[in-house]
Design a protein around this ligand. Sequence first.
Ligand SMILES: [Zn+2]
Length: 206
Amino acid sequence: MPYKANLAALKEIGVEYVIGTCIVGSLKKEIAPGSLVIPDQFVNLTWGRDDHSEADGGSFIHLPMGEPYCGHLRKKITEQSVATQTAIIPQGTVAVIQGPRFSTAAESRWLSVNGWDIVNMTQYPECYFARELGLCYAAIAAVTDYDVGLQESLVIDPRQMGKVLEIFRGNVQKTKDFLLAFIQRAPGLSCGCASTLLKAYYEEGL
Ligand SMILES: [Zn+2]
């Protein structure tokens, strides 16, 4: 994924708020396939990715990442979900694995026992880069299946790909409908948390 190029292009044309979309597996029985989750935390388990930006002119930014997702944008998404009667789970921790392979059952159980909610391969470094560019970022994560460690019936398996793909296609449509409705309603966005953070960083010389 050209994360850096995608986000730099959005920044260049003046975008301030970014809603990413991603496909995830569920790490908890109560998060059923077909659900939409708005993550509020990520755990980066990837390695070797190009996650150093030149946004700081070549020096290293020790960017605070306690709240990686924009709380304001997440709240607006949640409000919109109520207005459009779209069922969403308003918070969750996404564990980001390296891929492209899926987890072993042991790895998957380890993700679950840590209390993390969903698993994915793309939220890092996308979320981080957005923050580093001063963009308010939130994501809509669509749950396709139960991760393998849960021992549930619906997991990624050649015998069940028909069902998983059906949920996948339904999720894509649901996410598109939701985003179009969100944009049409154009909820007043007034945050700028990430750019404020960057400004403070430079002014204070952190
Ligand atoms: Zn924000």
